[in-house]
Design a protein around this ligand. Structure first.
Ligand SMILES: Nc1nc2c(c(=O)[nH]1)N[C@H]1C(S)=C(S)[C@@H](COP(=O)(O)O)O[C@H]1N2
Ligand SMILES: [Mo]
Length: 413
């Protein structure tokens, strides 16, 4: 065991048997089950299982930055409860959702995918055609470019980590590699762009540059965490674009068109462009940057002095998470957190660290580094570089303040 592990065990035992902790771990009264509740009868077996009645966990629909507690019919996205999740996989029904015109439930028997444009053999495929092709499975995060948009200008101190960071999730997706489809339709060499279009009313369509990375890694998914996609996530088929902005992961996929230049759809001209400090906008800022957040303890939670475990999630659209550092003194000093391995490329990685809180007001911050050397920026340098006109791709370090009563709040730094 590492020194850190040994330290952690000593702290845990000291805290739980002593003065400080909220924990109940203790020496067993006797060599018997006296302290352990009796066995209980079970419910009837069923077609599928529900969460425990003791577990309250749900997404929250929101209507945009600062627009909380809205009627679900006004919601534009529904955020994942990061504060209540453990490990690195998001349960399917809690994967965040962003749908521009609701969640269509398409009939797979009628659904078709057209693959055409600069190809020698245009094809129309149905779901059975896709399932007959060689498949791959990959665990990746999908993140909306709007994730973090709550904190561009000010920090509402009553936000939870679900409010600030709930537009990212990690699932295992199964489907057909884009490279297989490209070969199948015999894409022409001169085609360097691909249009992906959805079959929902919003008509979301994006131009995607066919870099080697994208040709090697993108896929058309029909499976999600071992079952068919859920309607909210694009049933019966969606594009998965590991590491790139959520909006490119086109749901209810009905068309892939190959060409030699971008189509300049309204989704990449009017929308999903980034207004810079100088008033000019950036187009096609497609990569999701290195990011992390402490999920426990986090905004609105209350802690007691003594031993506790800090835990959170880190991710990068560039590759694997190589390191996460945590500061418990407002970014003055940092310690390396432990990463729950394996850290998969372009997937969320859980980190944890032990901490003994002395009861004095302080600030908790995390900072991630990926295997390409990208370091998550602090807020001051991030804003200095990007300005505050922007809306998307916020990846500055998240700070939670802890006041003397142990209450955590969302603060800018
Ligand atoms: N057809 C279609 N595809 C879409 C969208 C949409 O509204 N329609 N939303 C996009 C956006 S903005 C994001 S962030 C992701 C969200 O995927 P999820 O809902 O599975 O989390 O899907 C993208 N693909
Ligand atoms: Mo998004």
């Amino acid at each position: 065991m590492s020194d850190e592990g040994r330290l952690s065990r000593r702290n845990f035992i000291a805290a739980s048997t002593g003065f400080a902790g909220s924990m109940v771990a203790g020496q067993a009264a006797a060599d018997s089950l006296a302290d352990v509740p009796p066995r209980e009868d079970g419910a009837d077996l069923s077609g599928h299982s529900e969460r425990s009645q003791y577990v309250k966990i749900a997404r929250i629909p929101e209507a945009g930055p600062g627009k909380r507690n809205v009627d679900p019919s006004d919601a534009i996205n529904s955020k994942a409860p990061l504060d209540k999740l453990v490990g690195s996989i998001t349960p399917t029904d809690l994967h965040y959702e962003r749908s521009h015109s609701g969640a269509a439930d398409l009939d797979p028997a009628k659904h078709r995918l057209l693959v055409h444009g600069m190809v020698r053999r245009p094809l129309v495929l149905n779901i059975d055609d896709l399932k007959a092709m060689p498949s791959m499975s990959r665990t990746v995060f999908i993140e909306c470019t709007g994730n973090g948009w709550e904190n561009w200008h000010k920090a509402d101190e009553n936000l939870t980590v679900q409010n600030t960071h709930g537009l990212v999730s990690t699932n295992e997706w199964t489907g057909v590699p884009l490279s297989f489809l490209v070969d199948l339709v015999e894409k022409e060499r001169g085609s360097t762009w691909m249009l992906a279009e959805g079959g929902d009313a919003a008509g979301v369509a994006r131009s995607i540059p066919l870099t080697d990375e994208i040709l090697n890694e993108a896929f058309v998914a029909y499976g999600q965490n071992g079952e068919p996609l859920r309607p909210a996530h694009g049933f019966p088929m969606r594009l998965v674009m590991p590491g790139f902005e959520g909006n490119l992961n086109i749901k209810w996929l009905r068309r892939l068109k190959f060409g030699d230049q971008p189509w300049m759809t309204r989704w990449e001209t009017a929308r999903y462009t980034q207004l810079q400090a100088n008033g000019k906008a950036i187009q096609f800022q497609l990569r999701m940057d290195t990011n992390s957040v402490i999920t426990s303890p986090s905004g609105t939670m209350t802690i007691k002095p003594g031993y506790r475990r800090i835990s959170g999630l880190a991710w990068s659209g560039h590759g694997k998470i190589a390191r996460v550092e945590v500061s418990t003194d407002g970014a003055k000093t940092w310690r390396d957190a432990q990463l729950n391995l394996p850290a998969l490329a372009k997937a969320q990685t859980r980190f944890q660290m032990d901490w003994v809180w002395d009861g004095k007001p302080t600030k908790l911050v995390s900072r991630s580094t990926d295997d390409k050397g990208n370091v998550q920026p602090d807020r001051k340098s991030f804003i200095a570089a990007v300005g505050t006109n922007a809306l998307f791709h916020y990846n500055a370090q998240q700070t939670w303040s802890v006041d003397a009563d142990g209450r955590l709040r969302n603060v800018l730094d």
